[in-house]
Design a binder for this molecule. Structure first.
Ligand SMILES: Nc1ncnc2c1ncn2[C@@H]1O[C@H](COP(=O)(O)OP(=O)(O)OP(=O)(O)O)[C@@H](O)[C@H]1O
Ligand code: SF4
Ligand SMILES: [Mg+2]
Length: 368
């Protein structure tokens, strides 16, 4: 029996409420690393809600803070600012036993099943470990039944129990990783790049399995992927991340039909279209320059150094808030309406060099 949650602080349909969360990592220097010379602003002012039973997809380039945000949701990373409310309970001040009990309800599936599964443990031992830790493996017969059910749910034979991770293919190992996450009966599963280490032919099978399991066990998912196709396949709603912030959020269908933020437009324009006629006429928006360092993010709109629609002064000085352009579709761009209606046109962007040694520190209290 888990501790009764306090009075819910959010509406009953919301399972995860991320409120203005920031995760800043100090950059240490000096012989004993005693001097903080700057911060990596990995996540910097993110607010989002995930409803029960829904799949929220998080996309963005490598290093934009997706995994850090996922870890903050599970409270594996303590936010520098803001809070995460899970099923009405604020996790920010939680620690020790109450936090450990809460963790049973939220589990993670990792990108690389080979490195996340201990090679010396049999599948049985891998699956039972978490159940034991949460006092769920007290009756041997019931545990054995539960393990067989779990394996069958992820499409593996019960003979797998005696085998070791190296005896399986990549896709099968990811099935074991999923079974392990489900062994403790979670409500939320954070899947961080769950198929990016797998062959393309196996990716769809694992994504379909995740969808089936969601239905069977009533799960809520946060799926993190740099691959837009993965998110499109599985997500009900999508958040596009750029340098520690969400720049656009909408239903998956809406986003793919009409991306409104210049960064999402560029991301989506890089995805090939299966129809050759459309593909030939497809307009690609090439992003010039690298992702700036999250240790020294650009002022104003974080995307202004690469944005083909950048306008003088405001884009460089004022950070745009996420605002609703149409129901359920939020965009963080000062000029989203003008861009949508073609009232301002894209121009060429001159790439700016990024100095990786410049940590240009800011005051931590000014996050967001
Ligand atoms: N523990 C840490 N200490 C210091 N910096 C960190 C730490 N974890 C992540 N970072 C930095 O924070 C930024 C965001 O990292 P994160 O892993 O969240 O990105 P990501 O979007 O998941 O990238 P990828 O697609 O490559 O997995 C990166 O610059 C990374 O180097
Ligand atoms: S606010 Fe300005 S720089 Fe940022 S995305 Fe919009 S037009 Fe581009
Ligand atoms: Mg990551």
């Amino acid at each position: 029996m888990t501790a009764a949650p306090e009075k819910p602080e959010t509406d009953g349909n919301v399972l995860v409420d991320v409120e203005d969360v920031a995760v800043h990592f100090p950059i240490k220097r000096g012989v004993v690393l005693d001097r903080t010379v700057g911060h990596v602003y990995a996540v910097d002012g993110v607010s989002l809600r995930i409803e029960r039973g829904e799949t929220y997809g998080l996309v963005g380039e490598s290093g934009c803070g997706k995994s850090t945000l996922g870890r903050a949701v599970l409270r594996l990373e303590k936010p520098t600012a803001g809070r995460v409310v899970f099923d009405g309970v604020d996790l920010s001040g939680m620690k020790g036993e109450p936090l450990r009990r809460m963790r049973r309800r939220m589990q993670m599936v990792f990108q690389d099943p080979l490195s996340s599964l201990d090679p010396r443990q049999s599948v049985q031992s891998l699956l039972v470990e978490g159940m034991r830790a949460h006092g769920l493996a007290t009756d041997p017969a019931a545990t054995d039944r539960k393990l067989r059910e779990l394996l069958s749910a992820v499409g593996l034979p019960s003979t797998s129990l005696r085998k070791y991770p190296h005896e399986f293919s990549g896709g099968q190992r990811q099935r074991i990783g999923i079974a392990r996450a489900l062994s403790v009966g979670p409500e939320l599963v954070v899947a961080d790049e769950p198929v990016s280490a797998l062959d393309v032919s196996v990716q769809a099978q694992v994504l379909n399995l995740l969808e089936d399991l969601q239905e069977e066990f009533g799960l809520t998912y946060l799926v993190i992927a740099h691959d837009l196709a993965v998110v499109r396949h599985i997500a009900d709603r999508v958040g596009v991340m750029y340098l520690g912030g969400i720049v656009e959020e909408s239903t998956s269908d809406d986003l793919y039909a009409e991306p409104l933020h210049p960064y999402s437009k560029a991301l989506l324009s890089a995805v090939p279209v299966p129809d050759p006629v459309v593909e030939d006429t497809r307009e690609q928006i090439l992003l010039s320059g690298d992702l700036p360092s999250p240790a020294d993010p650009p002022s104003g709109c974080r995307f202004h150094t690469r944005c083909p629609w950048r306008q003088p002064s405001r884009c460089d000085t004022e950070r745009p808030a996420l605002r609703e352009l149409k129901p359920g579709h939020r965009v963080a761009c000062h000029y989203a309406e003008e861009i949508r209606d073609g009232r301002i046109q894209p121009h060429e962007v001159v790439a700016q060099a990024v100095d990786p040694t410049d940590f240009g520190d800011r005051d931590l209290t000014s996050a967001g």
